[in-house]
Design a protein around this ligand. Structure first.
Ligand SMILES: [Zn+2]
Length: 399
C-alpha cells in the first residue's frame, strides 16, 4: 500500500509550495507531483520529523547532579518511556541521547515496536575523568562510580577500554566530557589530556562511531577539535579561529541554547565563579552562535533537556526558536531536520526517496513558533501515521 501526503512542504532544505510524498513501508518511496496512492486527507505543511541532537533520558524530577546519578535504572526507564512518547507527540521522530542509564534499552524496546517513541541514537554511558563533570563528589568515589552513567577513565588505555565498554553496551555514538565545571578562579577546567582524547576518538572511529564532546571554554573546544571530535556540544566560548577550524574539519556545533534559556539553579559557588559562569552563558546566548554562523559552521538543534520538571521533554522545539534569531526560519528548520540528521548519521531529515518515512505535519509553518506541539496535525514514524491530538492525550500532555 502506498500512502500519499500532499501540501506545502519544507523538504529539509527549503520550502516548496506544493509537493507530494509517497510512503511505502517505513520509507519515502517517491517525491513529486500527481503521485498514485491513498491520499491522507486534510490540509497540512509537510516537514521531515523533528530531531533533537542532544537529550538525556535521566528520568528525574529534580534537576541536579546527585539526582541524575542516584535515580534507579528501573525508575529512570519507566519515566523515560513516557518522555519518549511525549517527544513523539511533539513531532520529534529522532533524538540522540548523550549519556544516561536507560536510553539504549529504551531504543531497543521502541525498535521492537513494544513501546512508541522516536528513534534513539544513544551513547549508553558517557566517558568522564575521575572527579570530572557530573561526578557527585559528595559521595565516596566508589559509590559515585558505581551509580554513575559515565565510565570514569584516567589514561589513554583506560579511555580505550571505556570506549570498548560502550561498544559492548551497544552504543550508537560516543559521548565525552572534555571539560568539567568552573574552577575556583572562575575558569573552566578542561577535562582529559589531548592524549586521552585522541585515544577515545581513535578507538571510537575504529568501531565506526562518531564522537560528541561536551566542551566549555576555548581550551577544551580546541582540544576537542584537535583530537578529532565529530561534534562540539554546548561550545561556550567559541572563537573565530576555532570556528574556522570547525568549518574546515566539518565539525558540527550543538549550542544547546534551550537549556541556558531555562537557567538552572546550580550548586553553591563563590560569587566570582558564579559571575564568570553567568558572563560565559550570556556571551553564548548572544554571540557564540553568530560566530559559528558567520564562519559557515554546521549548526544543529539540541536542547540538553533531561526529562526533569525544569527541562521536561516535549517543548524541545524551543531550540529552533532560539536558533532562528541567528539563522532565520529556514536555517532554524534545517538545524532541526537535515543538518541534525547528518550529525547523527541518520537517513532522515529530508523529503527524498529512500529516506525514512519520519515526518511531522503541521497546520501551518509561517514562523518558527509554529513548531509548537499544539500546531501539529499528524506524526509519521516508520511509515505509520498518528493523529497528534491522540498521541498528546496518550502521553498525558499538559505543557
Ligand atoms: Zn548534555
Amino acid at each position: 500500500m502506498v500512502l500519499v501526503l500532499s501540501g506545502r512542504a519544507f523538504d529539509g532544505r527549503s520550502f516548496v509550495e506544493h509537493l507530494e510524498v509517497a510512503i511505502r513501508g517505513d520509507r519515502i518511496e517517491r517525491v513529486g507531483q500527481s503521485l498514485d496512492g491513498d491520499h491522507l486527507p486534510g490540509s497540512y505543511v509537510i516537514l521531515p520529523g523533528l530531531i533533537d541532537a542532544h537529550v538525556h533520558f535521566f528520568g528525574v524530577e529534580e534537576d541536579n547532579v546527585l539526582q541524575w546519578n542516584v535515580v534507579s535504572d528501573s525508575l529512570a526507564t519507566a519515566r523515560s518511556a513516557g518522555d519518549a512518547l511525549r517527544l513523539l507527540s511533539a513531532g520529534f521522530t529522532a533524538v540522540r541521547d548523550l549519556g544516561s542509564k536507560c536510553a539504549l534499552a529504551l531504543a531497543t524496546a521502541i525498535e521492537e515496536g513494544r513501546t512508541l517513541g522516536p528513534r534513539i541514537i544513544a551513547s549508553g554511558f558517557s566517558l568522564a575523568e575521575t572527579g570530572g563533570n557530573d561526578d557527585p563528589r559528595e559521595l565516596p568515589l566508589e559509590m559515585a562510580r558505581s551509580l554513575s552513567y559515565s565510565f570514569y577513565c584516567d589514561s589513554p588505555w583506560e579511555c580505550r577500554r571505556a570506549v570498548r565498554l560502550c561498544v559492548r553496551q551497544g552504543a550508537g555514538v560516543i559521548k565525552v566530557y572534555a571539560s568539567g565545571a568552573f574552577s575556583g578562579s572562575g575558569k573552566v577546567k578542561p577535562a582529559f589530556t589531548l592524549d586521552e582524547l585522541r585515544s577515545i576518538v581513535d578507538e571510537s572511529h575504529r568501531a565506526g562511531l562518531k564522537v560528541a564532546m561536551h566542551a566549555y571554554g576555548e581550551e577544551a573546544i580546541g582540544n576537542s577539535i584537535d583530537a578529532g571530535a565529530d561534534s562540539i556540544e554546548h561550545g561556550l566560548g567559541l572563537t573565530e579561529s576555532l570556528a574556522k577550524e570547525m568549518k574546515t574539519k566539518g565539525v558540527y556545533y550543538v549550542p544547546t541554547l534551550a537549556t541556558y534559556e531555562i537557567g538552572l539553579r546550580t550548586r553553591r559557588m563563590p560569587d566570582e565563579v558564579r559571575k564568570a559562569r553567568e558572563e560565559l552563558i550570556k556571551r553564548h546566548m548572544e554571540t557564540d552562535v553568530q560566530i559559528a554562523r558567520d564562519n559557515g559552521v554546521l549548526i544543529v538543534a539540541g536542547t540538553d533537556y533531561v526529562g526533569s520538571i525544569a527541562r521536561r521533554h516535549g517543548l524541545n522545539y524551543r531550540e529552533a526558536v532560539l536558533l532562528s534569531k541567528f539563522l532565520g526560519l529556514q536555517g532554524a528548520l534545517r538545524s532541526i531536520t537535515s543538518t541534525a540528521a547528518e550529525c547523527l548519521g541518520l537517513k532522515a531529515g529530508v523529503l527524498e526517496s529512500g529516506y525514512y518515512a519520519d515526518l511531522a505535519l503541521f497546520k501551518e509553518v509561517n514562523e518558527v513558533e509554529d513548531l509548537r506541539p499544539e500546531n501539529l496535525e499528524y506524526v509519521v514514524t516508520r511509515g505509520r501515521v498518528f493523529r497528534a491530538t491522540e498521541l498528546r492525550q496518550l502521553s498525558l500532555w499538559a505543557p
